[in-house]
Design a protein around this ligand. Structure first.
Ligand SMILES: Nc1ncnc2c1ncn2[C@@H]1O[C@H](COP(=O)(O)OP(=O)(O)OP(=O)(O)O)[C@@H](O)[C@H]1O
Ligand SMILES: [Mg+2]
Length: 472
């Protein structure tokens, strides 16, 4: 329902107009003088303003001038007394939409109001379009306007309409799953299902039947026929997350489906056609695994038809303020509270962090701050300890520092670059951080993962490789 504001000091005119306009399906608010009219305009949105010229205090022309100075585009209709045509002309010059002369015919007034509403609708549409343009950096749920992300958007635009298999690569938490969903929802298959398989999370011996389904009695415990994810993803997209974890024997089976577009259920002989578009993601160097013989080369080439790499957050720090904004408003909306504001030096600080857990880590930190913040603004001292500047210069990359890599002032010290093995140092540091997070959380892996900005399964994987024990 369109909203109209009447500003007139004459109670009779206010009442007559209110009744008439309400009968014409408008929502009406009426103010008895200029000041209360302006107050209403500050507090709520209107589509049309109908305002008397002569009023004690702030008059119609004063209101019009104030609105025009504030670039307010709500159509303004001035009610003038007979004979004040000169003022009406002046009002039109300042930007009034139209004027009516008292005494006026209600039906004629309604014609003017309807025209004004049409104009108001166009304005609203324009405002929306402008907002959309401003949000151009946000590509359908993906935030960021860095050159690195723009490349990702361009590629998504080019490939989402195709049926090509795509290998999405990027460190943990860079948004691989989000990109996979974006590809699906921008494709011709958007109405079809998006089915994800996390190759690291499903036990090896169950994965085959998860993927291809099984016939009743195929193995002990198979009491019912089960449809697998290939079938579930028919006419949609099948997303293989953490593809590097796929067992070698299943790699052979997947390769066959990719080549022949058909498969059989476990224990079944009927050939089932597959019409699922395949997307895969990994945070490991699949090409390297291929060279090491841990991943089938033929499958790698089948999957890597179009590679899509998402750069780590530290290579696109310009996106950090946009992501902050995005997550802050998201959490504020969820918790029905005012969005947090960040002091400028906090934003700068956060832009200089290493963000090993990428966007997910940033998101977790914002959530933590939203929960713990006592006021509406975040100062440096509110940041978790590991994100605070401990005295280095402001452009020094700061992240979790292991005790080994920092001296008592907290600055990174010079490491003599002789006989150094970076991989070993990084491994030690990573292991120390994981142990320390587990220590702080009493060994609870899910909590430690949040603390480290890691996905739980990634943490478990790392723990496995490092032979670290932890509780569930
Ligand atoms: N560009 C982005 N804009 C907005 N949100 C993002 C962006 N990138 C990632 N996120 C958010 O960050 C979180 C992690 O993203 P996602 O799960 O897609 O990462 P991932 O690369 O699959 O991580 P992992 O390798 O750990 O599985 C999600 O909550 C996601 O919505
Ligand atoms: Mg993922």
């Amino acid at each position: 329902m369109h909203r109209i504001l009447i500003i007139d000091d004459d109670a009779t005119i206010r009442n007559v107009l209110t009744t008439f306009l309400e009968e014409n399906s408008l929502h009406v608010e009426a103010a008895k003088d200029g000041e209360s009219g302006l107050a209403l305009l500050r507090d709520s949105h209107f589509d049309v303003i109908l305002c008397d010229l002569i009023m004690p205090g702030t008059n119609g022309m004063d209101i019009l001038k104030q609105l025009s100075a504030a670039n307010n585009t709500i159509p303004f209709i001035l009610i003038t007394a007979y004979g004040s045509i000169q003022t009406a002309v002046e009002a039109m010059k300042i930007g009034a939409f139209d004027y009516v002369t008292k005494p006026f015919v209600l039906d004629e007034l309604m014609i003017i109001i309807n025209r004004a509403i049409e104009i108001s609708n166009v304005h609203k549409e324009n405002i929306m379009l402008k907002k959309q343009l401003k949000r151009k950096y946000a590509f359908k749920g993906l935030i960021g306007d860095s050159p690195g992300m723009k490349k990702v958007y361009e590629l998504i635009e080019k490939i989402s309409q195709t049926d090509s298999t795509i290998l999405i690569t990027g460190e943990s938490g860079t948004g691989k799953e989000l990109v996979a969903k974006t590809l699906h929802f921008n494709s011709a298959r958007a109405q079809g299902p998006f089915v994800a398989v996390n190759c690291a999370a499903i036990p090896k011996d169950l994965l085959e039947s998860e993927l291809f389904g099984h016939e009743k009695g195929a193995f002990t415990g198979a009491s019912q026929t089960r449809v697998g994810r290939f079938e579930l993803a028919n006419r949609g997209t099948l997303f293989f997350d953490e593809i590097a974890e796929l067992d070698l024997s299943l790699q052979v089976k997947l390769l066959r489906v990719l080549q022949e577009r058909e498969f059989e259920r476990v224990g079944g002989s009927k050939t089932i056609k597959s019409d699922a578009r395949i997307l895969a993601a990994t945070n490991t160097d699949l090409e390297k695994l291929t060279k090491e013989g841990k991943f089938r080369e033929d499958l790698f080439y089948r999957l890597n038809v179009i590679p899509l790499h998402i750069p780590p957050l530290r290579e696109r720090t310009g996106d950090i303020p946009l992501l902050l904004d995005h997550f802050v408003s998201e959490y504020a909306a969820k918790r029905k509270r005012k969005p947090l504001r960040f002091a400028k030096n906090v934003i700068e600080r956060l832009m200089h962090c290493e963000w090993t857990g990428n966007v997910r880590e940033l998101e977790n930190v914002i959530e933590r701050l939203t929960v713990l913040a006592s006021g509406d603004s975040i100062e440096l001292s509110d940041l978790p300890e590991e994100f605070r500047d401990t005295g280095g210069s402001s452009d020094e990359a700061l992240s979790y520092k292991s005790d080994k890599a920092s001296d008592t002032t907290g600055k990174t010290f010079d490491i003599p670059l002789v006989g150094v093995n970076l991989n070993e140092m990084v491994y030690d540091m990573e292991k120390n951080m994981i142990l320390s997070a587990l220590d702080k959380t009493g060994g609870i892996r899910s909590k430690a993962a949040v603390m480290l900005g890691l996905n739980r399964t990634t943490l478990i994987e790392k723990m496995k490789k490092m032979s670290i024990q932890g509780k569930k």
